[in-house]
Every structure is written in C-alpha cells, then in structure tokens.
Design a binder for this molecule. Structure first.
Ligand code: MG
Length: 170
C-alpha cells in the first residue's frame, strides 16, 4: 500500500491528483497570491501519502463500488442508490481526512460540500455511477491539502481567522 495505490484508485474512479490540486488552488489563492498549482499538487500528494488517509479512501470507495455492483445488504444498498442526504456517514468519514491537519480545514470542507467545486460537481452529476463517498472524500482531501499549505505559509493566521468566522475560504 502506498501513495501510488491510492492515486490509482482515485484515477480509476475518475479523479486525478491534478483535479484535486485545482480545488486547493482555488481555496488558497486568495490567501497566497504567489501560490503555484504545482505546490497544490505537491500538497495533495503529501496528504495521499498518509496511511490513515489511504485507509479512509479504500473504505469509502469500496462502499461506492459495492453499491454500483448491488452487493450491499439492505437497507444500505437502497440508501446508497438514492444518495440520501440524511445518510451523513459519507461526510463523517471524509472529515477524518480533513482533520489530519487539524480543525483549520473544516470551513473549507463545509464550503466544498455546499458549493461542489470542480471535479466534485462532475462526480455529483454522474448519475449512472455511485459516488456517495467519493465526492466527500475529494472535498476532504482538498480541504486537508489546503490546510497543509496554510500551516506552512505566512497566511495561516489569516486563514484560521476566516475559519473562526465561518466564512468560506475561497
Ligand atoms: Mg456524498
């Protein structure tokens, strides 16, 4: 198990590292005018290297794939097929990724969950496939990679202050 395994799994489900980096760029650019897309990509890769992040991805994506193959027991199969908004376990699982770099990513996660930026919206619109967990996992990855950049840079204070006020960080 490695970064490559996690990245390949995402790729198989239609999500590239670059597409996640593009969301990170959108989130962090207002706080860091010199930010490069390549730094965002490096940050996503660093998040994907963490074992607990890899385990969370394997778990959520396995449930999506089992639901697509109609292999889950009821009532879970029906809940996954309907992508019921009250289910909430998808968000709870993904928050485990966001929290890898502390609570600073929480506001970004909430913003992405609501606005469905970039590849997250694409996944949401693909009604022929089941991405109950993947859309939240991608939001969790982007929020964590964004928090990681904020921690490393001089904008951490400003970003954290905005997070305290509950403003969207993007
Ligand atoms: Mg979901």
């Amino acid at each position: 198990m490695s970064y490559e395994t996690a990245a390949n799994l995402l790729k198989r489900r239609g999500v590239s590292v670059e597409s996640i980096a593009e969301i990170v760029y959108k989130l962090q650019k207002p706080y860091n005018p010199h930010l490069q897309l390549s730094e965002c990509e490096e940050s996503v890769i660093a998040v994907l290297r963490k074992r607990e992040v890899q385990y969370t991805l394997y778990t959520g994506i396995a449930l999506d794939e089992l639901a697509e193959r109609r292999l889950l027991p009821q009532p879970l199969q029906a809940i996954m097929e309907a992508d019921e908004s009250l289910y909430g376990v998808d968000e709870t699982l993904a928050l485990g990724i966001t929290n890898v770099y502390g609570m600073i990513g929480l506001t970004s996660f909430g913003y992405l969950d609501k606005e469905k930026v970039g590849i997250i919206r694409t996944l949401n619109n693909k009604k022929s496939e089941i991405h109950v967990f993947l859309d939240d996992l991608v939001a969790g990855l982007a929020a964590a990679a964004s928090a990681r950049i904020a921690h490393a840079g001089q904008n951490a204070h400003e970003y954290a202050a905005d997070s305290d006020q509950g403003e969207p960080a993007g």
